[in-house]
Design a protein around this ligand. Structure first.
Ligand code: TPP
Length: 693
């Protein structure tokens, strides 16, 4: 007898819907001939064979604060969670509306909700779904225990992945988080034995991740046949109950057949024989579902009625989806960044507009504050924001007990406790992915990456964080702050701790990039970042953290510096010097040698950057030198020079010049370091030559 805890009729309905969608899409994908262009599915993926156990799982994700994190073969789960058939079909067609408004592949979905379970925005990168899910799982405890919000009691986070994904960094990073922190997280592994064409035994020895994880501490592991509805239901229910009860994470692996090619363009040639395909079709879970339910629960006639219902609903939805207009090209640039105007819709994620407004802030600095070092300024800002904003958390490697390797977070854990200021496992992908999941849940995570170079393992999560708002047409956003020390140190450099390639982040979509040159700007920009609807990379230059160069008057606990507003450090008439970060100080020293002839602009942020300030200065002086620490080739100076060439060309009296590190990694010995870094003398020499030109 089918397990009475499940609504089997509803499960069967969604399985039939999922199958019907796969059927229609397979016959209308661009690899098929004779399909009218307006009916084309441009990039098609089926879930046939994965559908039955996924929908069983979906029926148990029913707590209003549950979240699932999934991948391109997870649409059946979304149907179970409330995705409309019309949206499900309109999105592969690329039609307007739906979960991405034509911006993303149709099965790379998401499902927002303010009062029901959600599906976090999927990404195309296999394995990237894991760490944001762990972030949501950790956020459940934060909302419940720190913020005292009982609505989060009993919520869980569920991540879906194929057996190929168990070889990824994201899987292991999330598994470490879930098991060390005992998070309410379920790993649901659907093992179809193929990662496109690669066998499961290449992803984990022997091809069975459940067997290999059997002795993993603090993890309930279950393994079963995903084509058997009864067994699937009982294993999934056991795991969900375990996680929901607060007993820690669980992993369930279910074997399923992939009853389709990997995706539309794949013809399976070379890696799957006809016999293998036939034997997989013999394991189709749909007929097994039917015989599980008919006649035990439904009669043949009722099953036929169900099929008729599905056929009717599909017909109505497909007609409506096809009738939707194509997406509007005039809005394709919308939603890279937030539109913060009061009547613009708010995405799910980060503080609400009202919460941010309530925090306030002022652009007026209090100039009577005592002198503080850069590191102290950042610490005070974090401390104040932790005090006034209970949704703010600070974490990263060593930031808790030790107070960070740069001691910027010293004392914060003692003051605010381990839930709000904490050490993480050594996984930058884990730090950023976790922050993303937390942000989507409504928190304001401030992460520390120990040195810029060590953000490399988090590249995928950083990029996906930056594009989230755009990809989901403003349904979701993950405004997080990533503090990142880097740049040359005092008399020392090296390729690992001294990287200053900020242009990478200016080039990444959706990110704000701040590079303050002094303590007061650090306070203002960090606070602005922590009250912003956009994610921010916040560079802390190593040579400024504890030096007089980086020190300034403390500008007050409310001080905010808006992004995209440069500071005029020195006025002059004959040449504009543009810089940011630590080199601003070398530029200031060089400029001082020329009296009132040199104007010095400290950009403070490079995404966005203050074009107007630079252009109006250059229109006045007719000459410009840009000085930065990043590589000369394709450094941010190239962007500024191109802008000046385009918008102020006729006002120039000399070519725009750039002085930067000439395309070598930062060296270790001070003699080598001096040889590559723009020095005061070299900057002055360039100014002098240009003034003579
Ligand atoms: C990081 C990354 N590398 C490679 C790919 C290309 N790719 C797409 S699907 C896939 C196989 C995934 O297999 P599995 O996780 O088992 O899922 P399945 O497709 O079998 O459901 C690969 C290699 C990708 N999308 N992302």
């Amino acid at each position: 007898m089918p397990d009475p805890r499940f609504d089997w009729r509803r499960i069967a309905y969604h399985v039939l819907v999922s199958r019907a969608l796969d059927d229609v899409e397979e016959s209308t994908n661009r690899n098929r001939a004779n399909v009218p262009r307006e009916n084309l599915v441009l990039y098609q993926f089926s879930a046939r064979g994965h559908d039955v156990p996924q929908i069983i799982l979906g029926s148990l994700i029913d707590h209003p604060r549950d979240a699932a994190s999934a991948y391109y073969r997870s649409r059946p789960l979304l149907l179970a969670l409330g995705l409309s058939i019309e949206d499900a079909f309109a999105s592969p067609l690329g039609r307007s509306g739906g979960f991405s408004d034509g911006r993303d592949i149709g099965v790379v979905c998401n499902l927002p909700s303010r009062d029901g379970p959600i599906v976090l925005p999927m990404s195309g990168d296999v394995g990237s779904q894991y760490t944001p899910c762990a972030g949501w799982a950790q956020a459940i405890g934060y909302h419940r225990d720190v913020l005292g919000d009982e609505q989060w009691n009993g919520a869980i986070a569920v991540v879906l992945g194929g057996e190929g994904s168990v070889a990824t960094n994201g899987f292991w990073s999330a598994l470490t988080m879930a098991t060390t922190l005992s998070l309410p997280m379920l790993f649901y592994i659907e093992d179809n034995g193929l990662g496109i064409s690669v066998r499961g035994s290449m992803q984990t020895p022997g091809g069975d991740i459940a067997e290999n994880l059997a002795s993993f501490r603090n993890l309930l592991v279950r393994d079963g046949d995903g084509t058997d509805p009864g067994q699937s239901a009982s294993l999934i229910a056991e795991c969900v109950a375990h996680v929901r009860s607060g007993s820690g994470p669980a992993l369930v692996r279910l074997t399923v057949p992939r009853l389709c090619s990997h995706s539309g363009p794949d013809n399976q040639r070379g890696y799957r024989t006809d016999d293998e395909i036939a034997s997989d079709f013999a394991r189709d879970p749909l007929p097994r579902l039917k015989s599980h339910l008919v006649p035990a629960l439904l009669s043949e006639r009722e099953w036929a009625e169900l099929e008729a219902d599905v056929a009717r609903d599909i017909d109505i939805a497909l007609t409506a989806a096809r009738a939707r207009p194509n997406p509007d090209p005039s809005i394709v640039k919308r939603w890279v960044y937030a539109d913060d105007s009061p009547d613009s819709p708010e995405a799910l994620g980060g503080l609400t507009r009202a919460e941010r407004a309530a925090l306030g802030g002022t652009e007026a600095a209090s100039n009577v504050g005592e002198m503080v070092r850069f590191a102290e300024a950042v610490r005070r800002t974090l401390r104040h924001e932790l005090e006034v904003n209970p949704k703010c958390l600070v974490f990263g490697e060593d930031v808790g007990r030790k107070g960070g390797v740069h001691l910027v977070t010293e004392g914060l854990q003692k003051q605010f406790g381990e839930s709000r200021v904490f050490d993480t496992s050594l996984s930058e992908e884990g730090i950023i992915g976790r922050a993303v999941g937390m942000a989507v849940s409504g928190l304001m995570p401030v992460t520390e990456i120990q040195f810029r170079k060590y953000a490399d393992p988090a590249t995928e999560q950083l990029n996906n964080c930056g594009t989230m708002r755009w990809r989901t047409a403003n349904r979701f956003a993950a405004p997080i702050v990533v503090r990142m020390p880097g740049g040359f140190g005092k008399d020392v450099g090296d390729p690992w701790h001294s990287l200053s390639d900020e242009v990478r982040f200016a080039h990444a979509y959706g990110w704000q990039v701040a590079i303050p040159s002094n303590a007061a700007d650090a306070v203002g920009l960090l606070r602005a970042a922590m009250r912003s609807p956009n994610p921010t990379v916040f560079f802390e230059h190593r040579s400024l953290l504890m030096t007089s160069d980086g020190s300034s008057h403390y500008p007050g606990d409310e001080y905010v510096v808006p992004f995209g507003k440069a500071a005029l450090r020195r006025e002059g008439t004959g040449l504009t010097l543009v810089s940011w970060g630590a080199l601003v100080h070398r530029c200031a020293e060089a400029a001082a040698r020329f009296g009132d002839r040199v104007e010095l602009i400290d950009l403070r942020t490079i995404a966005p950057w203050d074009r107007e300030c630079v252009l109006s200065s250059v229109r006045k002086t007719g000459r410009c030198v840009i000085v930065h620490e990043d590589n000369l080739t394709a450094g941010f100076g190239a962007e500024i020079a191109a802008t000046i060439a385009q918008d102020a060309f006729w006002m120039l009296d000399a070519p725009v010049e750039r002085l930067a590190v000439e395309d070598v990694p930062m060296p270790y010995h001070p003699v080598l370091l001096d040889a590559v870094l723009p020095s005061v003398d070299r900057i002055a020499g360039r100014i002098e030559a240009l003034l003579r030109a």
